[in-house]
Design a protein around this ligand. Structure first.
Ligand SMILES: Nc1ncnc2c1ncn2[C@@H]1O[C@H](COP(=O)(O)OP(=O)(O)OP(=O)(O)O)[C@@H](O)[C@H]1O
Length: 783
């Protein structure tokens, strides 16, 4: 338990430079949401004519084909249709292939949801392919009747006059080829989700005909990914597996894999889909068994007297289980068990920490694992996640049992009442004693349970206090200013305060002075003064943050980082940056204005909030964090002082927004810089073992605790840092009576999961949003 003496304020962490903290190298990207989705290209006149000639009725006219089953079918057709493009096989085979493609058959096309672009060009491609080969009249007729090709072609073939047919066909061919790009064989491309090691990837056919622009491919990928995983926005970038950006469709190579990233996420170099392959052989050989009911459980090997457990059945049953119809043919293709669709997964999978007992000599090793929607889309994925944690000598975990010895056979079993499991490889399970815990094992499990569900204890001594506010000057006074209207005149008192802070209002950048009227001071931090300003044209209020560079000597890069990070962000629960002006003495930031002051002052006023009010706030905070974390950005200074709130007439918090990105940075490898604010600092920062995004979840856990009872879980009686840090590192805290007596188990459970000392098992920000308490009924305006 070694940690360095903690600095009072984060920016003083000299070690940070020595440690070479990874700083963000964010490209200066303006508002990333400006890259709005581009709609599919409009049809040219000749394309429209082709469509009419093809007498195809489409049920969806402006989107490329992309339901999973369509894609699966097209992939099958790809093999067949490749012959069309090569022109090297007999026409009979080609015609069959053409017919097998739904977009060419009149009947099936009518009801198909195949998109316009694909249908038109596929029909055209088939026609072009067919006319290059000497037809037999009967087979050609079949094709023509099937796809409703134009009259010239029909007549030509029906007459069986080779000359006329050739002429007509040449005419059609000419017309078609003048109106479209040359047909290219579709390529089978596999796409992974950036940073998602568990997503098995989706393979889709990509051709110039199917996707006329890069944006239409993005649009399709967004839709397909959304069906299977949670993504923070639209797919905007495709990378090679080495992280090189792809900028044209032609760069996508047949048979290769690529990584899709959403919004401005940077490429995450991980091993994609290493997890699913080795477990594929667990699939039940008898495919008909794939749809077992939710309640199906094979009997325990111990109960029925058999001495071995059929591992194949285990995986296979998992493959059926709750998935049933939800089997996603494309995404689940490489896995032994199907990946559930999001809606199905929502009903089965929820974030939870399970305890795992590794089979071996007693006392056996006991580990914990966080299961959530990201790592548990299928039974096989859970087995893989368990394998990675328990590290069996025999390799993969193939059998899992509950504490009572029942085999775990389907995904839902991991999310039921049992949360302790035995993990086995291929070894035999024949001894009932295997499922009995030794006293040492029992003790270890008890200790874990205690850390997860801390029971109420009575607090001895005076009620713990909130720490003092870390932002110093006259906050209560400035708080009042939030309420004052109008704000288009700065008062003398504020001018004096600004002068005192070394800010001369006559030196404000002209672009700011001309556009905005100065109002009163509404806040001050250690490095900045914040004024309320008003747009002279439309009267909209903003906040002007003036950062005094002289107060940040040697730390100027933090100011740059704050601006760079903020420029990347656009989220309803994150303060947005409207304008930035860099001058020699000061940096000026025009920010979205939030009228209710910061959460620290709200806590001071209210002391403690109801569960409903806390739920609103934690939802907003978690969604801001989930957005940041999806871009691998860690805030590193989440605390009530940096959370701004909007209040309703009754003083209830209706909106919460994350501010102050002075310490935010991108996480590409473990960080070591000791920073943050003592009360909210996570144990891994103090231990200097390297930290990442989860430190923000810890801080949010501390805030949730404070909201409910009015004081933090880790305190030191005399405000000494050393005992405070010892308490944080110990991870031991309580929900003391009487302060917690009326607070429910749901939110205690959430706090316990957010305040896990081990960041590996600590909830992610997404998990906070998925937790049953967060999802619970929420009357936002009730106290
Ligand atoms: N956009 C805003 N709308 C309303 N009030 C704001 C806004 N931004 C900041 N404030 C007020 O100004 C105070 C100081 O702002 P901020 O935290 O950005 O300054 P800082 O100097 O970077 O803080 P720190 O001391 O943590 O470095 C906040 O606590 C808040 O009360």
């Amino acid at each position: 338990m070694r940690y360095r003496k903690y600095r009072k304020y984060s920016w003083n962490s000299d070690e940070s430079s020595a440690r070479q903290t990874t700083r963000m190298e964010v490209q200066t990207v303006n508002n990333h949401l400006n890259n709005s989705l581009i709609s599919p290209p409009a049809l040219s006149q000749s394309q429209q004519a082709q469509l009419n000639n093809s007498i195809i009725t489409l049920s969806r006219s402006n989107s490329p084909a992309s339901s999973n089953s369509e894609i699966e079918k097209e992939l099958q057709d790809l093999d067949l249709n490749s012959s069309l493009n090569s022109g090297s096989v007999s026409l009979g085979a080609e015609l069959n292939n053409c017919k097998s493609n739904g977009s060419l058959s009149g009947a099936s096309t009518t009801s198909s949801t195949t998109g316009l672009t694909t249908s038109v060009t596929t029909a055209a491609a088939a026609a072009a392919a067919c006319v290059t080969i000497k037809p037999t009249s009967s087979s050609t007729e079949a094709l023509i009747n099937g796809n409703g090709a134009d009259a010239a072609t029909t007549n030509a073939v029906n007459n069986s006059s080779s000359a006329a047919a050739a002429a007509a066909v040449a005419q059609v061919k000419k017309r078609i080829s003048s109106s479209r790009t040359p047909t290219r064989k579709a390529r089978r491309i596999k796409f992974y989700r950036n940073g998602d090691r568990f997503y098995p990837g989706i393979t889709i056919p990509v051709s110039n005909e199917r996707y006329r622009s890069f944006e239409s491919l993005f649009e399709d990928l967004t839709r397909l990914l959304e069906d299977n995983v949670k993504i923070p926005g639209a797919v905007r970038t495709i990378y090679t597996m080495c992280g090189k950006k792809i900028s044209t469709l032609d760069e996508l190579e047949d048979g290769q894999s690529y990584v899709c990233s959403c919004n401005n996420e940077n490429f995450k170099k991980i091993e994609y889909n290493t997890s699913s392959q080795p477990l594929a052989n667990l699939t039940l050989s008898n495919k008909t068994n794939n749809r077992l009911s939710k309640t199906y459980r094979p009997s325990s090997p111990l109960k029925n007297g058999t001495t071995t457990y059929n591992s194949g059945a285990g995986g296979g049953v998992a493959g059926g289980g709750v998935a049933g119809n939800g089997t996603n043919v494309t995404t689940g293709a490489t896995n032994g068990s199907p990946v559930l669709k999001l809606s199905e997964r929502d009903s089965v999978v929820h974030p939870r920490i399970v305890t795992l007992i590794r089979n071996g000599t007693k006392p056996r090793n006991i580990m914990r694992l966080l299961l959530n929607k990201r790592n548990s889309p299928s039974f096989d994925h859970v087995l893989t996640a368990i394998t990675q944690v328990v590290r069996l000598d025999t390799g993969y975990v193939r059998k899992v049992f509950t504490l009572s010895g029942s085999p775990v056979v389907q995904l839902a079993d991991f999310f039921g009442p049992d949360d302790i499991f035995f993990a086995y490889g291929t070894e035999r399970v024949n001894n009932p004693d295997d499922f009995k815990l030794e006293p040492d094992e029992h003790k270890a499990i008890q200790a874990i349970r205690k850390s997860l569900r801390t029971a109420g204890t009575t607090y001895k001594g005076p009620k713990p206090k909130m720490p003092v506010k870390s932002k110093n000057l006259n906050s209560a006074k400035h708080q009042q200013n939030h309420k004052q209207e109008p704000c288009d005149q700065i008062v003398d008192e504020d001018l004096a305060a600004l002068n005192e802070s070394g800010i001369d209002t006559s030196e404000l950048p002209s672009v700011i002075r001309e556009r905005y009227a100065l109002g009163q001071i509404i806040g001050d931090g250690n490095f900045a003064v914040v004024l309320k300003i008003k747009d002279r044209q439309n009267g909209v209020p903003y906040a002007l943050k003036i950062i005094d560079k002289s107060k940040c000597k040697g730390k100027e890069h933090y100011i740059d980082a704050e601006v760079r990070v903020m420029k990347k962000l656009q989220h309803p629960h994150i303060i947005s940056l409207v304008m930035d002006v860099d001058q020699q003495a000061n940096m000026y930031l025009v920010l979205e204005y939030v009228s209710g002051g910061d959460l620290f002052d709200a806590i001071t006023r209210v002391t403690r909030f109801s569960e409903n009010q806390s739920r609103v706030m934690i939802k907003h905070l978690a969604s801001a964090m989930a957005y940041l974390h999806s871009m691998s950005i860690v805030h590193r200074d989440i605390k009530p002082e940096n959370l701004l709130v909007e209040l309703d007439a009754n003083g209830y918090v209706t909106e919460l927004k994350l501010a102050d990105f002075g310490l935010a940075c991108e996480v590409t490898e473990p960080l070591y810089a000791v920073c943050g604010t003592p009360t909210y600092v996570a144990p891994e920062i103090l231990m200097e073992t390297g930290y990442g995004l989860k430190i923000d979840v810890w801080a949010a856990g501390i805030i949730l605790y404070i909201l409910l009872c009015g004081f933090p879980p880790f305190v030191s009686p005399d405000n000494q840092q050393e005992p405070l840090f010892d308490a944080i590192i110990s991870g031991v805290y309580e929900f003391p009576e009487p302060y917690w007596s009326d607070i429910g188990d749901g939110v205690r459970d959430l706090i316990a999961n957010m305040l896990q000392s081990d960041p590996e098992v600590r909830f992610t920000s997404e998990d906070i949003l998925d937790h049953y308490w967060t999802l619970g009924e929420c009357n936002e305006y009730s106290s």
